[in-house]
Design a protein around this ligand. Structure first.
Ligand code: CMC
Length: 457
């Protein structure tokens, strides 16, 4: 954005408070402005529009009294506020399009690996073979965690929620790497990025083994990223864990599918905390905490519970009637952004067959398939543009992999780590970003006199 945007022309306007968008010198595709008339004063303002967006601070010049703060915008839940410029992920929710650095998610899932996608998200381009080899090697040799992390993990209760353990242990990594707070130094940033990608699966697997009451399994650096994770989860007495390639590939694709989704709640948390210039472990811990919430990382668990409750295909019509009557929601359907089939759901569906081939088919697959078909044939769902989202089928895969539901958001967190880091790096390198500090509309009392406790009724 040009620095002179704040020099906005003021003019006398009409008194009807009109909002009018005018094309700029270059016509409809050139620069454009919005004319606003403040009916309180009769003054008009011409506000620049760039990329279909007004700059909120341009509103500040609109005021009745020169001493007042100026106009603000009120936007709880950031329903219509862009908080950054980002070149990482593009979503067209109406068309069901998801692209990372311009590459469609379908192509990345077909041809790429999770670590290559992580490189793409973080570095902005696909790596050459040499770059990819170095990147994977670097991540592979950083998968171990300090032995004290194990002791720290041991301190949790046997039934501690693995997401709670992950929030704490990722945050704790900052204490092992005190240099990590030198976030202005590119070299320091680079090594933390490698460590975060490398150690996240190790922490997640330790949390799982802790819940199972089983000894923690060290990483096996002969294995690829997803296969190593499966080994740390499931290795027992065998000398060498050999992951089934179909399971490892399905898991790798799940990590790709969860890698980034632009400014969702957890990514916004990472950016907001990262804007304080804290180290990236603390910022990512904030992302994991946001993902812990059932509205974000927990919907796939709800979808699986729903399928279990429906139990058989025969029960679907009655269930859908209940949904249409407003008794409950069809979990794994609908999305704030996608008003079309979530492209991630379509891809997951393909990998279900591979996983079931190894693990045996879940009887819930028939229920899910039929439920999807009936819902997509039903005017209630089509008129509201409710389609399956990523969570409709992912729970079935996780269950087939032998994971308890408490681990579902942990799997999401492993994949999303690459996106969180990419967004954190973009934030740190963006000269326009400052500490995130929203405004408020104060609605409470003012100027009260303190009342001694004995005089309070
Ligand atoms: N089942 C039944 N009706 C629904 C559903 C659903 N899953 N989702 C939305 N609707 C209806 C809703 O009742 C409303 O109907 P009406 O206009 O008659 O009042 C209409 O559709 C619009 O719903 P909304 O709540 O305004 O939509 P939203 O954009 O605020 O909500 C959502 C998006 C994902 C929270 C919602 O669709 C939902 O609750 N889905 C189920 C939970 C779920 O699957 N969440 C995972 C999202 S994907 C995870 C990720 O990308 O990170």
């Amino acid at each position: 954005m040009s620095p002179d945007r704040s020099t906005v022309e003021q003019q006398q306007g009409t008194s009807d408070g009109e909002l009018r968008q005018s094309a700029g010198e270059n016509g409809a595709s050139g620069p454009s402005t919005l004319s606003v008339t403040d009916n309180r004063t009769g003054k008009s303002y011409e506000l620049p529009i760039e990329d279909g967006t007004l700059r909120a601070t341009d509103l500040r010049q609109i005021k009745v009294d020169p001493d007042e703060f100026g106009l603000m915008s009120y936007d709880p839940a950031y329903m219509n506020t862009a908080s950054c410029r980002s070149a990482i992920t593009y979503i067209d929710g109406d068309a069901g399009i998801l692209q990372h650095r311009g590459y469609p998610i379908e192509q990345l899932c077909e041809h790429s690996s999770y670590l290559e996608v992580a490189y793409l998200l973080i570095n902005g381009k696909l790596p050459t073979q040499a770059e990819l080899t170095d990147w994977v090697d670097e991540i592979t040799i950083h998968t171990f965690v300090h032995e004290n992390v194990k002791d720290f993990m041991q301190g949790f209760r046997y039934d501690a929620n693995p997401m709670g353990m992950l929030v704490a242990s990722v945050g704790a990594l900052s204490t092992f790497y005190p240099d990590a707070n030198k976030i202005k130094e590119e070299r320091v940033r680079a090594i933390q990025i490698i460590r975060l990608l490398a150690k996240m699966p190790t922490l997640a697997a330790f949390a799982f083994r802790h819940n199972m009451g089983q000894p923690y399994v060290y990483p096996d650096n002969d294995l690829e990223y997803a296969g190593n994770f499966l080994g740390m989860m499931y290795k027992m007495t065998e000398l060498k864990y050999r992951p089934d390639p179909r399971l490892a590939r399905a898991l790798d694709v799940l990590f790709i599918l969860h890698a980034d989704h632009e400014q969702n709640a957890s990514t916004s948390a990472v950016r907001s905390v990262g804007s304080t210039q804290v180290d990236p472990y603390s910022a990512v811990a904030a992302g994991v905490a946001a993902l812990y919430g059932p509205l974000h990382g927990g919907a796939n668990e709800q979808a699986l519970r729903m399928l279990k409750r429906i139990e058989t295909v025969e029960n679907i019509p009655a269930f859908l009637e209940g949904v249409k009557a407003g008794n409950e929601r069809l979990m794994g359907f609908g999305h704030r952004v996608y008003k079309n089939y979530d492209p991630r759901a379509r891809i997951i569906r393909k990998y279900l067959d591979d996983v079931f081939e190894v693990r045996g088919k879940s009887p819930l697959l028939d229920v899910a398939t039929e439920l999807e078909k009936r819902a997509l044939d039903d005017e209630y769902f089509t008129s509201r543009k409710l389609y399956p989202n990523v969570d409709f089928y992912s729970g079935l895969i996780y269950e087939a992999l032998g994971l308890p539901v408490a681990m579902f958001p942990v799997m999401f967190a492993i994949g999303r780590t690459s996106g969180w880091i990419a967004q954190w790096k973009e934030l740190v390198e963006d000269p326009e970003q400052k500490i995130a500090r929203p405004r408020q509309i104060y609605t409470g009392d003012r100027d009260l006199d303190y009342v001694p406790i004995e005089q309070r009724g």
